[in-house]
Design a protein around this ligand. Structure first.
Ligand SMILES: *Cc1c(COP(=O)(O)O)cnc(C)c1O
Length: 506
């Protein structure tokens, strides 16, 4: 079966997955998405997967959604991405599910940059180069990426020295942790560049979207034989790999006798751009027995309000929290959820997104809201609740969790308080290594005076207390040279990109 992809803003525009991965975003600003009925039709028998490895499941999922890739192409992509080089000791199960109290953590942070973005960004470059080769194109691919901290480094790492591909990452000044900033500024490779944008993450995201739809830039790209693409979760090649770990996690629970086959489980997902949780929704529609998808937010609780009321309203202050990868007011992948649940009503989606652009807000019908509530619950945790949860997990569950995972755990506890009749097993998606956010995590579990310590002393101190190994990619930052230190205004970033494109074409 061929899984067709459509622009969420124009149902008449269809595209194969290779082109969708190369392009990232549709010319009309829409995202590429399948239809819900096609996903449901592609459902699989979970009992056939009980012995499947992470790579086996990947193969099945990728074949379903990337139907214009050959079996051989898919296999090569998987082997190049999910091996020892990227996942070290975790190569046989790159996303294990482990216990935390009575619940479970789905550990998504064992990749090369210690955040869940690695799950998709180790393989997206494989998809992209495969697609590009098979199209026989002689253009260069230029990837623009907006990051709230984790995507940037994962993309820089994944695309490092990939032939004919160039990448620039924009991160917001002050919006990322020190370690995240260092990770990006020290990036290696001859095809990478990093710019700090004087603004917040939504500015970065707006910049990238604006560049994609700018007609003058489009013309320049045509002249210079440059194709713009995206490593953000608007790229369908990011979304598809994320479906795999939901299935893998479920099967692991069955195999370890924590649940019986067909028992339903809840997944609580620390959410920013809605990519991670959307992959869970797709897994559910493929037939994975999921009860609730719990959308966890921090103080930037746009999504909590939206799922409660049906009105999305980004006209509010963006708070900087200790879970910076979720400090987002415009959740791009929500557009795909609306497209799926409205059965591909691209006129509706276009109107809603026009409202969002023009007024910063839109409201969906009660019908559509009811469809969302059928699957999703929501909650948010403030800074204090997040810190208390880290402390609590450490003292009571003997688990060290990062700030994003803590937001999810706090939201799950809130959910369970309000839904004591829900007896489903609960899995929390754990999206980052606690070491990546050591400055925020350590004070929650240590009463020592730590204010004067530098970033690396924080890592060491956290290790002293927890005895969990420091990821090598983080401890080795100490010896790396800063290569990228530019801070630019919004408009200068645009000029920067125009100049880059000019240079690539020569
Ligand atoms: C990106 C990120 C999230 C949010 O995921 P979305 O797919 O954007 O919703 C949560 N936690 C961490 C650590 C992240 O890097």
């Amino acid at each position: 079966m061929i899984m067709k992809l459509y622009s969420t803003r124009n149902i008449n525009e269809t595209i194969d997955s290779k082109d969708a991965i190369i392009k990232g975003l549709s010319n009309d600003g829409g995202l590429y998405s399948p239809l819900l009925k096609d996903i449901k039709e592609a459902h699989f028998d979970i009992e056939k997967l009980l012995d499947a490895s992470y790579k086996d499941i990947s193969k099945i999922v990728f074949k379903t959604f990337l139907s214009d890739f050959s079996d051989e192409e898919i296999e090569t992509c998987i082997n190049n991405a999910y091996g020892e080089g990227n996942f070290g000791a975790y190569k046989n199960n790159i996303a294990p599910t482990t216990k935390i109290g009575d619940n479970f953590l789905l550990e998504l942070y064992h990749g090369p940059t210690s955040a869940f973005k690695d799950m998709a960004l180790t393989i997206l470059p494989q998809f992209l180069t495969t697609a590009y080769k098979s199209k026989g194109s002689d253009s260069k691919v230029y990837i623009l990426t907006a990051t709230s901290g984790d995507t940037g480094k994962a993309a820089l790492s994944g695309f490092r020295d990939v032939p004919n591909v160039f990448i620039t990452v924009f991160y917001p000044t002050d919006g990322v942790s020190n370690i995240q900033k260092m990770q990006m500024q020290t990036s290696e490779g001859n095809n990478v560049s990093v710019v700090a944008l004087n603004g917040d993450f939504d500015d970065c995201q707006r910049l990238v979207k604006e560049i994609y739809t700018d007609n003058k830039i489009k013309e320049l790209c045509n002249n210079k034989k440059v194709v713009l693409s995206s490593a953000n979760s608007i790229n369908i090649g990011r979304l598809v790999p994320q479906i795999v770990y939901y299935i893998n996690s479920y099967i692991e629970l069955v195999r370890n006798n924590y649940i019986k086959l067909h028992d339903k489980v809840n997944f609580t997902v620390p959410t920013g751009n809605f990519g991670d949780i959307l992959a869970g929704f797709i897994a559910k529609n493929l037939g994975l027995p999921i009860n609730r998808l719990i959308c966890a937010s921090n103080d930037n609780n746009v999504l909590t309000d939206f799922i409660n009321t049906g009105t999305y309203n980004k006209n509010r202050e963006l708070y900087k929290t200790i879970s910076p990868s979720m400090d987002i007011l415009v959740s791009s992948n929500l557009e795909r959820l609306l497209f799926l649940l409205s059965d591909g009503d691209s006129i509706l989606i276009k109107n809603l997104m026009n409202d969002l652009n023009a007024k910063g807000t839109y409201t969906i019908s009660n019908d559509l809201l009811a469809k969302i509530k059928e699957h999703f619950s929501c909650s948010f945790a403030n800074e204090n609740e997040c810190k208390e949860t880290i402390k609590d997990a450490y003292l009571n569950d003997k688990r060290l969790i990062d700030t994003h995972t803590a937001v999810a755990y706090a939201c799950l506890k809130e959910y369970l308080k309000n839904n004591s009749d829900d007896k489903s097993v609960n899995v929390i998606l754990s999206t980052a290594s606690p070491y990546k956010f050591a400055r925020s995590v350590l004070p929650c579990i240590s009463s020592e005076n730590i204010e004067t310590l530098n970033d690396f002393e924080y890592l060491d101190k956290l290790y002293e207390i927890s005895k969990e190994a420091i990821p090598q990619n983080l401890s080795s930052l100490k010896n790396k040279t800063i290569r990228f230190n530019d801070t630019l205004s919004y408009n200068d970033c645009k000029t920067y990109v125009v100049n880059k494109i000019g240079g690539l074409g020569d």
